[in-house]
Ligand binder design. Structure first.
Ligand code: B1M
Length: 211
């Protein structure tokens, strides 16, 4: 098995220490950081996403794999910046105002990073104003809103309405998700998309990028 294949296997298995080891060996052998990222880390997270969709993996396995992937990304990041590799898109994400749940949001964030997005994670309890300021500052392609409570879900609407009022809504795509969120709600508040889990959030986001 090649180093890259071993790296991918260990991401899928969620073995962060081995992922660090193989990422370092791959760099030491002179492999391009972009190749290590695409054929090792991202390819592995694609497999993880497929396994999740097929019910072979559940949330814990996906979280562990995503953490292992992050261990590799951490080592690659400075080298990727040096080589000037471009992310496939920029994604701002946060849990909406009043809501402190971040496990699902972090999972979406990690899977997006694994798919090659540059991710700006605003954290939890993010007000509409903070989302708007982030759109102005980072000019993302997509903004992701997460909510776990039926009460805070209403702040997704408030955020989109405030984005409209300040004129930034048309600059970005807005996707929403979280346990209480439904397609009907997404349509009602005029979000551009809705995803039930982290793997489908990646597919959704990729499909919303400009051609
Ligand atoms: Co809270 N909580 N909680 N909680 N909590 C729920 C959500 C609840 C359903 C439990 C219950 O009553 N059965 C309930 C909500 C009821 C409702 O509104 N209908 C609830 C409640 C009531 C509360 C408090 C109000 C409790 C209290 O204090 N009285 C309080 C609120 C605090 C606040 O936010 N202001 C509260 C607090 C907490 C803890 C702090 C203790 C903790 C959060 C810790 C943390 O996140 N750091 C917590 C937890 C852990 C839960 C449960 C048990 C688990 C949530 C979770 O992490 N799931 C939850 C019950 C449950 O869901 N079984 C519950 C795992 C995670 C991977 O899934 O977040 O759904 P999930 O994310 C998925 C998808 O939803 C989707 O992808 C993710 C990965 O597949 N997704 C997106 C999520 N965001 C997305 C964004 C996207 C796309 C997809 O695009 C942008």
């Amino acid at each position: 098995m090649s180093i890259i294949e071993q790296l991918a296997e260990n991401v899928i298995a969620g073995n962060a220490a081995k992922v660090e080891e193989y990422t370092q060996s791959a760099l030491a052998e002179g492999l391009a950081p972009e190749e290590i990222l695409n054929k090792g880390l991202i390819a592995a997270m694609d497999v993880v996403g497929d396994k999740f969709r097929n019910n072979e993996f559940y949330v814990p396995e996906m979280l562990i794999a995503a953490r292992a992937m992050k261990a590799g990304i951490k080592l690659l990041r400075p080298r990727l910046i040096e080589t000037g590799i471009k992310p496939i898109g920029r994604f701002v994400i946060g849990t909406v105002k009043g809501d402190l749940h971040d496990i699902g949001k972090n999972l979406v964030s990690m899977m997006m990073e694994g798919a090659g997005f540059e991710v700006i994670d605003l954290g939890v309890d993010v007000s509409a104003d903070k989302f708007i300021a982030a759109v102005k500052e980072y000019q993302p392609h997509i903004v992701g809103l997460s909510a776990l409570l039926t009460t805070t879900m209403l702040n997704m609407k408030e955020t989109i309405t405030a984005m409209q009022a300040t004129g930034v809504r048309d600059q970005v795509k807005v996707v929403i998700g979280g346990a209480p969120v439904t397609r009907q709600y997404a349509d009602e508040i005029r979000a551009d998309g809705f995803a039930t889990d982290a793997a489908s959030a990646v597919d959704l986001a990729k499909g919303l990028l400009p051609a």
